[in-house]
Design a protein around this ligand. Sequence first.
Ligand SMILES: [Zn+2]
Length: 304
Amino acid sequence: MPRLTLGDFELSIFSDGTYPLDGGAFFGVVPKVMWSKRVLADDKNYVVAGLNSLLIRTGKQTVLVETGMGNKLSERMIKFYGQPAQLLANLAAGGIRPEDVDIVINTHLHFDHCGWNTVRGEDGRIVPTFPRAKYYAPEGEWQYARKPSERDAISYIPENYDPLVQSGQMTLLKGGEEIVPGITVKTFPGHTAHMQAVIVDGNPGSMIGKGTSLLVPSEGEKRTRASAPAIACYISDLIPTTAHIDITWGMGFDLYPLQTIESRKQYYAKAIPEKWLTVFTHDPKTPWAYVEKDEAGKMVARGM
Ligand SMILES: [Zn+2]
């Protein structure tokens, strides 16, 4: 699995497999003559989407961002998406047992991002997949998921989160919290109203003045960085693949497409000059890359 060192942290990508997605839905209003130059579609117009989870070892904790599609899909949904269900096997191959995970973070609660939060035990009861983990998810997402619109109701499967909220194992986040030193969440509306990206600063000790926002360091704070910024961001469905990096190439699934554009501008205004590593949740080939602007002003993804 892809792995790298980010300051004091070790980052790896673990996949839950790939699944077919309608290319039109994936690229929204972008014409097929344009997106088909970047991504191959089959004769039914399906493209291949990945399910990338990010594992962070901080030295103290093992943190898992996103838990894929899981293994609890209905027969009807399996017809659309299959059910690759490879995350636990891939984690095991990397030496990670479910009980090794200390923290699970969900960026939002669509079924393809929190599916392995829970499993159905032999007695039919829903139990946490990661028994020792503290789970985190955006509070606004959870509120919305209780009464979603007809448009995206199919994307919410309460078994993935309700039992964890009820038992107290899942903490709901407002956005902006630091989960552990160096790992913060930030709300980027667009795909949904409350989706939160996960920002990983691999040099958490290199900034002073904690409590002030990690995202807007003052000049004084900037100078205290021990080394070059080592920041990665799991930007989730705001920018799902390297084929979606242009400001206006949003997904058809986005509930607030104009906010997707604003949030991307806001993200790139930090991520490009500060050379953040962007993690792409649904890219089957390039799970992380640096997004840059070339001389013509076009966005390019420079892979690892
Ligand atoms: Zn989503």
